[in-house]
Ligand binder design. Sequence first.
Ligand code: F6P
Length: 365
Amino acid sequence: MKKVLVLTGGGDCPGLNAVIRGLAKAAKGSGEWEAYGSIEAFNGVLKDPVEIVRLSKSKIGGIHVKGGTILKTTNKGNPLDFPIQKEDGTWTTKDISVDLVQKIKDLGFDAVVNIGGDGSQKISQALYEKGLNIIGVPKTIDNDLSATDLTFGFSTAVQIATESFDKLVTTAESHHRVMIMEVMGRDAGWIALHTAIAGGAEICLIPEISFNMKAILKRIKKRYKKGKGFVNIVVAEGAKVESGESLGSQATDKGDPHKKLAGIANYLRTELENMGCPAQIRTTVLGHTQRGGTPLAFDRILATAMGVKAFELVQKGDFGKMVSYKNNQIESVTIKEAVKYYNYVAKDHYLIKTARAVGISFGDE
Ligand code: F6P
């Protein structure tokens, strides 16, 4: 029997378990492969003793319905820049990738499937270049990987955000308030844009389009003047304030490279209040609720198809590839190509035009 090792890295996202199950079932069905999972990304391999589980029938039964990942995850385990605590308590980092590749081989694994976002796939590429037989599966609620039309988890996040938005609309209407809802998405405005259209926001602010406070206030005042009496705003966490910066702070956890984006909704509230906004303002930060819970049917299906495709690539020995969803087909691209470009919302994207046509302002006019 050949052995394939699966792992989930970076932030979790609805659909991860469906990929694991799809892959493990396809491997079993081949009659030639067995699937195993490394706990907490590559940490399971690196630990002594290792934390690796066999993805048996009982382990994967029914997991496609569950959110999160049965294999656990971390955004602190980059083997190219691995955090190590020194005896004096201070921290340093070390490139342990060569040892990691060797250990995976010594453990008898013939292939690895790395389910992760942009950062995880950059790691996949580096390990591939160091001789590891690896396949990438893209995951993120942010939909910010350019090589795939959609990532699983994104649609679920949009649904959660839209349901929350709908709830804010009724309370905004009752109190004649301005409601500002901050959603995730990192440096891309996909979740905000989709939620704004689905929910019928008056204003949508995204990192890709610079806004100005005067335009936002003008828009709010116009709506109150027209007698509409309430305003709902969706803002992406990465939306940039007028100086061109997104708000947040560097992660404090050792080994987590990401800036933690936060604060834009409250920033907008303070600015609008200082400018004399005619209505009471309330803010809601949805946070990690957008990543939790059971995946929508669409995401379960996409994730299952990606897991099955990943195993097909493993079986063919077509390594260094990432599974992608393009034009309603499951395909593959080289991981190298996949991590080249970030998937920003283009200013002339059809959804930007759609939003403008139904009266959504991006705070730029
Ligand atoms: O990339 C997914 C994501 O949820 C982003 O939308 C968000 O900025 C970030 O992860 C939050 O990271 P953490 O889970 O480390 O707080």
